[in-house]
Design a protein around this ligand. Structure first.
Ligand code: SF4
Length: 111
């Protein structure tokens, strides 16, 4: 519950620039600390969000920072080291930060 409160309080802050990857719809973040009542699973077992269009910032941005990443075992997002990011910036290879695609994004994009 402490982590959920922390995510709520920091949810208006920007996503860390060293975050990489994308949501694979594992649904793990939708069970922190208990399954969200809006969490659904499609026929392939991928998570979807029945409140996707009005989901809160803490869901939109998860995992916002490495310290707020609570599901590294299954989450498609990861964080590169700041040294690595600095090297990428120097080489002009750094990619812009993209808004996360929380669970269900792909399903709703197809509708
Ligand atoms: S943000 Fe990460 S933990 Fe949450 S559903 Fe997507 S891949 Fe899973």
């Amino acid at each position: 519950m402490k982590h959920k409160l922390n995510r709520f309080l920091t949810s208006l802050l920007p996503v860390a620039e060293n975050r990489r990857g994308e949501c694979n719809r594992c649904g793990a973040c939708c069970k922190l600390p208990f399954p969200c009542p809006f969490l659904r699973f499609d026929e392939e077992g991928l998570s979807t969000c029945s409140a996707y269009l009005v989901r809160p910032p803490s869901c939109r941005k998860y995992p916002r920072t490495e310290s707020e990443q609570l599901t590294p075992e299954t989450c498609g997002y990861y964080f590169v080291s700041t040294e690595s990011l600095r090297d990428q910036l120097r080489a002009g290879k750094a990619q812009p930060v993209q808004e996360p695609a929380p669970a269900g994004a792909a399903a709703y994009d197809q509708q």
